[in-house]
Write a new protein. Sequence first.
Length: 568
Amino acid sequence: MSGPVLLAVDVEPTLAAVERELRRRYEGSYRVICTRAADEALTTLAELSAAGEEVALVLAAHSLSEPTGGDVLERAHQLHPHARRALLVDWGDWGDVATAKAIFDLMALGRIDYFLLRPAVSPDELFHHAISGFLLEWTEARRIAPHTVSIVGDAWSGRAHELRQTLQRCAIPHAFYLSDSPDGRSALRKAAAEANPPCVILPDGKVLNNPTNREIADATGVAIDDEGTDYDVAILGAGPAGLSAAVYSASEGLDTLVVDEGGIGGQATSSSLIRNYLGFPRGISGRRLGQHAYEQAWVFGAKFRFMDGATDLGRVGDRLEVTLTDDRRVSARTVILAMGAEYRRLGVPALEALHGAGVFYGGPASEAPALAGKEAYVVGGANSAGQAALHLADYARRVTLVVRAPSLGARMSHYLVHELEAAPNVEVRLETEVIGGGGDGHLEYLELRSRGTEEHLTVPADGLFVLIGARPPTGWLPDQIARDRQGFVLTGADLAGDDRWPLERPPYLLETAMPGVFAAGDVRHGSIKRVASAVGEGSISIQLVHDLLAAERMQAAGPAMQATPPVR
């Protein structure tokens, strides 16, 4: 039969169990190929690549030798970059030092996606749970996952680029096609005469011609709030910190509204794979993490308003009032600032003119497939830049990471540094900066400068992704809310000596200089710029909200019930 290939190479007698489970569960949709010989597996992978056939998953036993299972999986990645790869091991093999070290090394070097336990019974649902996860990841990488939204445009830049950004901010799986490409023409034919690029084609066939961002949010099922005006908690920002606060706030019975001028997930949605977030040993994309958190908060009853930011914040009587961009006003007992931070710009006019046409700020979650076989550059030296480079390496012929610092280790996690060093098509240029570039309607070249030698170099480039730090969108906040020189919000002990704090009691840990207003995540001065810390601060902020509301209730009950809030 035809169809994407599932390839397994293992030794007997365990190969029989692997083959049995694959054929019984997946042979209706996939072509299953199993072999006992590593050399035969390598030959098959090469033949499938030459024939242009898709390989969705490759399983190779750790017990193979010369070539090893790791060798097979590494070659599979070279020939079929989108294929998921897993090392087959037996239950308990992690107790063997050599096997454990092999798993650690292969994971650290990016030569496997994860390890997989061989099936023990039939059916082995633990085995199938892992296989299904791998296949879902493959469909998402190929932009063929269920419910994928299609965008068709006449060019990569302009409104088509803005539509892709909007769908990414809403954490909606999507694919982009040029209108004159085979896939673009096919999509337009299926949509009939009503489609007029740039357009968005939804999974149910509905066509939105050049829709507004709000129309996209409405049509894709991203919930809009019930037009209420009074809440216990108003959360400004739907990144990891804001979504975490929403989950804990709504689950604990507080009437909760989340407002974001973009969509779900914040800056995290640009991360193609977050491997160091607790509870996801195989890693999780920022888009999926944001989508899961949004659904979790929504199920608990949180209300959401997307494509609508905040323009003012003040106090009216004993409540706080937030003014939104459509001039609507929302009243809340407490407010949590979780707006995150925005990527800094290069400030090179020639490259700014190509924004969306080869030059992108943020990660390559949407743009990577268009760079298959091409030259890609990433600017930045922190984790987000390293993750972007590794994701691009699955598509581009070569990826160059441009770093101003003299080493990667200063701002990047140890595991990412090792993966970058091991990636065969990733080059790192230290003490280098981008000073120019250009192209005829699309990025074609970059100008680099060595900070040590002042040498200038012009290089061909098809894509540039800039991840050079961030600044918080806090310029609209009232003067009472104290900020540092970069605009990050001061909270808790950092407000010591600031005369804008109006009360006798000290501020709570995450409380700003405006009582009842808290800050969590990247927007806060001194925060650790990690997803896990943002999630933690979001949850802590709700505990502080409970403490504040309890103190206010005690104060309202009279002097006999008053108590001094704890210093936090």
